[in-house]
Design a binder for this molecule. Sequence first.
Ligand SMILES: [Zn+2]
Length: 235
Amino acid sequence: MALTDPVAGSFAGKRLFIHEENKLQFGYTTADFNSRDLKHLFPARPLLFLKQVHSARIVSDAEWRVGSEADGLLLERPGMVAVIQTADCLPLFFCDDSRRRGGILHVGWRGLQQGIEEKLIARLGKELGDFSFFLGPAIEKSCYEVGEELLGLFAEKSYGERIFSPVRPGKYSLDIRSGLELSLLSAGVAAERISGCGLCTYCSRGLFPSFRRDGGSGRRIFNFLLLKGNGPAGA
Ligand SMILES: [Zn+2]
């Protein structure tokens, strides 16, 4: 059961992308939203924010504390909202077929280099085959230029230098999306279980914030995922 693309919607006149089904709700906001709007979107739901530190650390809802330093959230109980903030980094959504476990990872080049998706794969263990993945809006390779010093840091990866393309002397474009996809595929995730929105934050002026384009404006995309209760009344 693949995760289908969140569709454009609005909440109190503000744009967002949201996917809703019986037991699952996930999506991402636009530049219109702030954290207060997000709270209004989920009244009476605990919002699990992280202190994101570009690490490979993942916490479950049971392990989560206010101020937890981590870059991945794994929900194993219904009713709470996982929140990951991005502004060019890639939010990786995931959920199993029963919609009982799911979450979001924050994946920038540091997270990818440290293998945050490998940590998730190890944690899901033999249940990995029941999970589907969705790559949210992030800076695309054509807009993401990095220095050549990064190449060596990825030398040990199974995908190696395939995610770097030379653009000018000493500079390469970096394709985080491909790195994640190749890593998931090499771990045994079926290709049909990996999908994504294909939206570039840098190119989407007026829609998404972009750290590279806007500098330190402080604006972020709020990526959210909620497991709903399994009973008819919902959680
Ligand atoms: Zn772009």
